[in-house]
Design a protein around this ligand. Structure first.
Ligand code: DC
Length: 229
């Protein structure tokens, strides 16, 4: 039987990953973080010292050479490059700086999508978060959610996550950085960030974390995807 797919898409810092993880835990599914795989590929390109602008076939070749892949772990999948890649390496500044450019390359997206589709087959269900999960990677997902939040709400969450001060100047800078990433992700030619026509939009600006998780679980129950549904 093909696995159940719950797709959660949305802009940077909309809370996709933490929400997807909690929803997956409640449903007894695994969490699959597609952004982490783009980061793994970017790490391989950075480690290999590839020149910019990045050349797609070279990036894919380095991902293969470093053995970038996803491996099942308790409740989710970890990125490996021969060996497990620590989260801190995936989120290092050098990776964050280049990942949007690498994620805009069509050949890289094909490579990543193939890995995501293959990985999703492991287990009875996955909650996948990203930018194009409901629109491109899993167009037949049983539930698609598009998470949004105001730029200020997202910037505030990002600063708190990093343990930084949420003063007006920091907030302004973070809001600008997020707007630049939103623009890069939404305006690229290949698989831009869009809300799939059949995705349920959920604005989380005024919701607590528990509330946003509950809303998605409610949608899953409505569709008969939860065992108690
Ligand atoms: O969610 P994140 O910040 O870890 O994502 C890293 C980058 O990868 C970000 O620039 C958007 C891109 N990405 C993408 O283009 N498509 C996805 N499905 C997931 C992430």
């Amino acid at each position: 039987m093909s696995p159940i797919i719950v797709a959660i898409d949305g802009p940077a810092a909309s809370g996709k990953s933490s929400t997807a993880r909690a929803v997956a835990a409640q449903l007894g599914f695994r969490h699959l973080d597609s952004g982490a795989l783009y980061r793994g590929v970017t790490l391989a390109a950075v480690r290999a010292g590839l020149p910019r602008p990045f050349d797609a076939p070279d990036v894919v070749a380095e991902a293969e050479r470093w053995g970038v892949d996803l491996r099942p772990r308790n409740g989710d999948f970890e990125v490996v490059a021969g060996e497990p890649v620590p989260d801190a390496s995936l989120r290092a500044a050098a990776v964050t700086e280049h990942v949007s450019e690498i994620a805009a390359l069509a050949e890289v997206r094909c490579w990543v999508n193939e890995h995501l589709r293959r990985t999703a087959l492991e287990g009875q269900g996955v909650v996948v978060d990203g930018r194009d999960i409901g629109s491109v990677v899993f167009p037949k997902a049983q539930l698609k959610v598009y998470l949004t939040a105001s730029p200020a709400a997202r910037a505030g969450r990002r600063l708190r996550q990093r343990g930084e001060a949420v003063d007006p100047e920091q907030l302004r800078r973070e809001t600008e950085a997020l707007a630049a990433r939103d623009h890069a992700d939404s305006s690229r030619a290949v698989a831009p960030l869009v809300r799939a026509a059949d995705a349920v939009a959920l604005d989380t600006s005024d919701l607590s974390f528990e509330e946003q998780v509950d809303r998605i679980l409610e949608l899953a129950r409505d569709r008969g995807l939860a065992s108690d549904g």
